[in-house]
Design a binder for this molecule. Structure first.
Ligand SMILES: [Zn+2]
Length: 173
């Protein structure tokens, strides 16, 4: 019996959630343009598992794991900085923020305008959210001032698409 299918390039959010579809995919870092811009190891792979479901019979959600090794440039010494990322997430897709307020705070909120979403956009957003904005070694690596001028790098803020809306915690101070 087939349980896990390969990821298509577009996710049909509501349809997948209703059918409780589970999908698996492997991507080269080079096929994710916004990750490829910052990763040195562009030929390495990204593994993705997504399981869709409906919350309260109406809100499409996805539980997922994204796993990869990424090599970034350390922002202090400009040497390679290797990280293993295992990103676990639980997203609820909503049309507006009001709909988000009805949900449990365990969900990250992803506001969508249409029912289809490019798969690589979802993957890219989740990876970017889990990376530090200015990655550096966790030891005192040398600061090279000569090279520092070319380090300036404009990164698109992933929060423009993916919003993590804080919902007041009930019963906590
Ligand atoms: Zn460093």
């Amino acid at each position: 019996m087939e349980t896990t299918k390969l990821l298509p390039s577009e996710l049909k959010i509501f349809n997948f959630a209703k059918k409780e579809v589970s999908l698996f995919g492997e991507y080269l870092i080079s096929s994710l343009p916004r990750i490829s811009e910052i990763a040195i190891n562009k030929e390495d792979r990204v593994k993705v598992d997504l399981s869709f479901y409906l919350e309260n019979d109406k809100t499409p959600c996805v539980k997922g794991i994204i796993e990869l090794n990424i090599v970034l440039e350390c922002q202090r010494c400009l040497e390679a900085l290797q990280k293993h990322l295992k990103v676990n997430f639980n997203l609820a897709f909503v049309r507006n923020e009001q709909q988000a307020e009805e949900l449990d705070s365990q969900y990250e909120i992803y506001v969508i305008k249409e029912d289809e979403l490019a798969t690589i956009d979802l993957i890219t957003d989740e990876i970017l959210l889990s990376l530090p904005m200015a990655p550096s070694h966790n030891y005192e690596c040398n600061l090279n001032k000569d090279k520092q001028e070319i380090v300036e790098e404009k990164r698109e803020n992933p929060f423009t698409i993916l919003k993590n809306i804080k919902i007041a915690d009930v019963g906590k101070e």
